[in-house]
Design a protein around this ligand. Structure first.
Ligand SMILES: O=C(O)c1ccccc1NCC(=O)[C@H](O)[C@H](O)COP(=O)(O)O
Length: 266
């Protein structure tokens, strides 16, 4: 039986074919997005005046259904940026997450690194990411062979984009290659939706030491961020915990305040 990841990838292939008909690769390369200099997520995560949080904008998800249908991408990402996010993560998948490249373009008005959060399987999507204002792309090991990760990551680097490789288990560490900038450990099993923060802690010691480590998914309590940072993680990808509130920006602002408090405690 097909799992959700299989279904997403199956749909992605159809979507990419449709998008190619609507906008050619050459047209993407000639767009204004290609004229801007990209921002570095790695540098932003090393900037200690920021929180290390990669704050996500997503309206719905396969595991949770509708999270926040009416959230305004411009307003939410503005508050995320103002109150210390190290990066924005913008879901661009429409079918399963209710996002769009238009959301990415709107978020681009802020001077902060942006991750295009999607299911990247084709060079064409990397061109789209660059054209619509992303600085970083996500490659999910569970969707790609190690060879394909290397090819797509090399292509992204040629376009001055950084690459975050997402793994869930130790078997996927074989996908890490020189072209990858950061490794994210997803606490959510994308096939079963089970979330376990211990997954990040468990994998940390065997992650390559020359790549910044990001903990992803299921992070709510600020004490978990403190625990993960102390353990060695440099970034924390958090979506639902903010987006499930009527005012996600306000939720982010309060969270950052609480995080500062717990991180100042011994
Ligand atoms: O969230 C899902 O249901 C999901 C299902 C299938 C593939 C990916 C999925 N989520 C993407 C993510 O990994 C999260 O949006 C991201 O890590 C933030 O997680 P959270 O803080 O738990 O919203």
């Amino acid at each position: 039986m097909k799992n959700i990841l299989d279904k997403i990838i199956e749909h992605k292939k159809i979507e990419i074919a449709r998008c190619r008909q609507e906008r050619t690769a050459t047209e993407l390369m000639q767009s204004h997005g290609f004229e801007r200099n990209t921002l570095s997520l790695k540098s932003s995560l090393l900037d200690i005046s920021k929180t290390g949080i990669i704050a996500e904008f997503k309206r719905r998800s396969p595991s949770k259904g509708i999270i926040n249908a009416s959230a305004d991408v411009a307003k939410v990402t503005s508050v995320y940026t103002q109150y210390g996010a190290s990066c924005l993560s913008v879901l661009t998948d429409e079918q399963f997450f209710g996002g769009s490249l238009e959301d990415l373009k709107i978020a681009r008005q802020h001077a902060i690194p942006i991750l295009r959060k999607d299911f990247m399987i084709d060079e064409y999507q990397i061109l789209e990411a660059r054209a619509f204002g992303a600085d970083v792309i996500l490659l999910i090991a569970a969707c790609l062979s190690p060879r394909r990760v290397k090819e797509l990551a090399a292509y992204a680097k040629k376009l001055s984009l950084e690459v975050l490789l997402e793994v869930h288990g130790e078997d996927e560490l074989a996908h890490v290659c020189d072209e990858i900038d950061l490794v994210g450990v997803n606490n959510r099993n994308l096939k079963t939706f089970e979330v376990d923060i211990e997954n990040s802690i468990r994998l940390l010691n065997i992650l390559p030491k020359n790549k910044l480590a990001i903990a992803e998914s299921g992070i709510d309590n600020v004490k978990v961020v403190k625990q993960l940072r102390t353990a060695g993680f440099s970034g924390f990808l958090i979506g639902e915990n903010f987006m499930k509130n009527e005012n996600p920006g306000e939720a982010f602002k309060n969270y950052v305040q609480q995080l500062k408090q717990v991180e100042n405690e011994n």
